[in-house]
Design a protein around this ligand. Structure first.
Ligand SMILES: Cc1cc2nc3c(=O)[nH]c(=O)nc-3n(C[C@H](O)[C@H](O)[C@H](O)COP(=O)(O)OP(=O)(O)OC[C@H]3O[C@@H](n4cnc5c(N)ncnc54)[C@H](O)[C@@H]3O)c2cc1C
Length: 408
């Protein structure tokens, strides 16, 4: 058994590794090092309840301070790990401290992707990844009448929906022909475009941005076709970049993330990795994949703790995800990989329906709008590799539950 385990990254996955290590009976020292000044907290509310003022900062920490004391987890805040000496088994932080380890877990997550565009550095132009970003965004929105969101992905659309609730005039600009285009079915994209328009938001798809304009402070966004959108604030939500430089500089194999096996081991048997930062084998993707979700951070964090305590349990969870936009909860089960046909179950106009992604005869993913029961069943069906036919999926009068083995 190792005696000293150091975890880099005090987010969802880093917290989970620490908590699960104690659940697995690990009795040695656990040090959780994070570069933010906070205890591990939940990011999803930052674009939803927290932004709308429906949840305060006290509700964000995953666990209170007392949890870390009771479980003897030393949380080192506002310390950035800058290098790993794998021969000496120690880690150096930006302030010059060294942390020796027997085993190391990397849970460095991802960061907001930067848009290399003129005006991106103006005051009032923001991205949203962490609590400091959310503080700034709240402040900026207080004084803003108009908000332009560049990027019609999950975070951009959640910010757009929340800002609308706050009474802002919102424009969403998406370069691709449809919203959340890489993640959801065409019918889901079409629904959300109409839904945002029904809220009063302006949605521009297939639209490029030429530059962000203003004199010190943002005043407008200029589109590629020359149009000008007035904006007191701009949120750039164009995806995430993975934090893998620490691992790569230490010579650990990386692809589209820190490369790990099904047990979360990197190419160094003393180092595991979990969460947004990993590229891992995922049978639901049919190959190696990188996920950005709470589900993945939690489930992979648990597996990492098992591996660190000498167990051999592979990571094999069905991916799932959610996004709250005003009064619509989108839940996704599976991954939209290889889909070639889509079947709608229910009536989009009712704001309660699901879309089944088929790859041949196989259901690979299901998007559910305000249909949590469909979502829960979809997770089980996809995990078990059981698919309804397209006719069954589209026929609301056909009960899908008996397809699960225990009902047979
Ligand atoms: C606004 C927002 C809304 C979201 N909504 C949803 C949602 O509705 N549903 C969902 O499933 N997912 C959602 N996500 C995604 C989800 O929050 C992430 O997938 C999850 O937080 C990943 O956990 P993680 O621990 O891998 O990374 P993170 O939570 O990003 O934690 C990584 C931590 O490591 C720190 N770090 C990085 N490098 C270093 C270093 N060298 N030294 C020290 N510390 C370091 C980072 O600063 C960060 O604190 C959302 C994300 C955001 C930003």
């Amino acid at each position: 058994m190792p005696e000293r385990i150091v975890i880099v990254g005090a987010g969802q996955a880093g917290y989970q590794v620490a908590a699960s290590l104690r659940q697995e009976g690990f009795d040695g020292s656990i040090t959780l090092i994070g570069d933010e000044p906070f205890l591990p907290y939940q990011r999803p509310p930052l674009s939803k309840a927290y932004l709308m003022g429906k949840a305060d900062e006290d509700s964000l920490p995953i666990r209170p301070e007392a949890f870390y004391e009771a479980n003897r987890v030393e949380v080192v805040r506002a310390e950035r790990a800058i290098s790993i000496n794998r021969q000496a088994r120690k880690l150096e932080t930006a302030s010059g401290k060294f942390f020796a380890y027997d085993r190391l877990a990397l849970a460095t997550g991802s960061r907001a992707r930067v848009l290399p565009i003129e005006g991106a550095g103006l005051d009032g132009v923001l991205s949203l990844r962490n609590l400091d970003d959310a503080h700034r965004l709240k402040e900026v929105l207080e004084g803003a009448g108009t908000l332009t969101v560049i990027g019609g992905g999950f975070i951009g659309l959640e910010v757009a929906a929340s800002a609308k609730v706050l009474g802002k005039a919102v424009t969403v600009i998406e370069a691709l022909p449809r919203l959340m285009g890489r993640a959801v079915a065409p019918a889901t994209s079409a629904f959300f475009e109409e839904f945002h328009k029904s809220l009063g938001n302006t949605v521009l798809t297939s639209t490029g941005v030429a530059r962000i304009g203003g004199n010190g402070r943002v005043s407008h966004v200029e589109l590629a076709d020359g149009r000008r959108i007035e904006a007191d604030a701009v949120v750039i939500g164009v995806g995430a970049a993975v934090n893998m430089e620490l691992a790569a500089d230490a010579g650990l194999a990386c692809g589209n993330g820190i490369a790990v096996d099904e047990f979360t081991f990197t190419c160094d048997p003393l180092i595991v990795a979990a969460g947004d930062c990993t590229e891992h084998p995922n049978r639901f993707a049919g190959g190696r994949f990188r996920l950005e979700s709470v589900q993945n951070a939690i489930d992979q964090g648990r597996i990492a703790a098992k591996s660190l305590t000498g167990q051999r349990v592979p990571y094999d969870s069905v991916p799932w995800f959610w996004s709250d936009q005003a009064d619509v909860k989108l839940q996704m089960a599976g991954l939209p990989v290889g889909a070639d046909a889509y079947v709608v179950r229910g009536e989009p106009a009712s704001k309660r329906f699901s879309v089944f992604h088929f790859a041949g005869d196989r259901v690979v993913c299901v998007d559910s709008m305000n249909r949590p029961a469909d979502h829960m069943l979809a997770r089980r069906l996809i995990e078990a590799g059981i698919s309804p036919t397209r006719d069954q999926a589209g026929d609301e009068s056909f009960d899908l539950k008996p397809l699960m083995p225990r009902h047979r």
